[in-house]
Design a protein around this ligand. Structure first.
Ligand SMILES: [Zn+2]
Length: 156
């Protein structure tokens, strides 16, 4: 994870823990759901019927096969299939915000927050993926994902 491990006088038994602590200032909200370089959501694909899913699963709900491959980078653009505006949320969460089903260009349907003015969002709106810090916990940035409207609404 880090290239800062030295061969100095510090006990080598201690070094891995120190290096790991220094390097883990950010991590995905959930393991295995995304990569940051290049920014992509990671899904799964069924080798039997080619169904792609996010998040990744160990079996295919479409055909029942367990011949499924994970860690598949998904498309970064899509369109809003449907959405709702969340107006009440747990403390610390700013409202209102849009929560949408997004149909990605490769056919995968993803649920995610869409940034921007909820009143300007509409079904069919083109959106693009943005991997970003979505929370901070125990001094660690949690990396998650949102979708951003591709076309900013024109100012009247
Ligand atoms: Zn399948």
């Amino acid at each position: 994870m880090s290239a800062t491990i030295s061969s100095g006088p510090v006990s080598s038994a201690l070094m891995p823990a120190i290096a790991e602590t220094a390097a883990s200032t950010s991590r995905p909200l959930r393991d295995g759901i995304l990569q940051t370089d290049p920014p992509r959501l990671l899904g799964s694909v069924c080798r039997a019927c080619s169904t792609r899913l996010f998040p990744a699963r160990d079996f295919c709900p479409s055909c029942g096969s367990d011949d499924v491959e994970g860690g598949i980078p998904l498309a970064t653009t899509g369109m809003v299939y449907s959405f709702t505006v969340v107006r009440q949320a747990p403390p610390g969460r700013e409202t209102p915000y849009s929560l949408a089903y997004i149909d990605l260009a490769d056919g995968v349907r993803v649920m995610a927050q869409v940034t921007g003015d909820p009143d300007a969002l509409h079904i069919g709106a083109p959106v693009r993926l943005d991997i970003r810090t979505v929370a901070r916990r125990d001094g660690c940035d949690l990396i998650g994902y949102v979708f951003v409207p591709s076309l900013e609404p024109e100012v009247a």
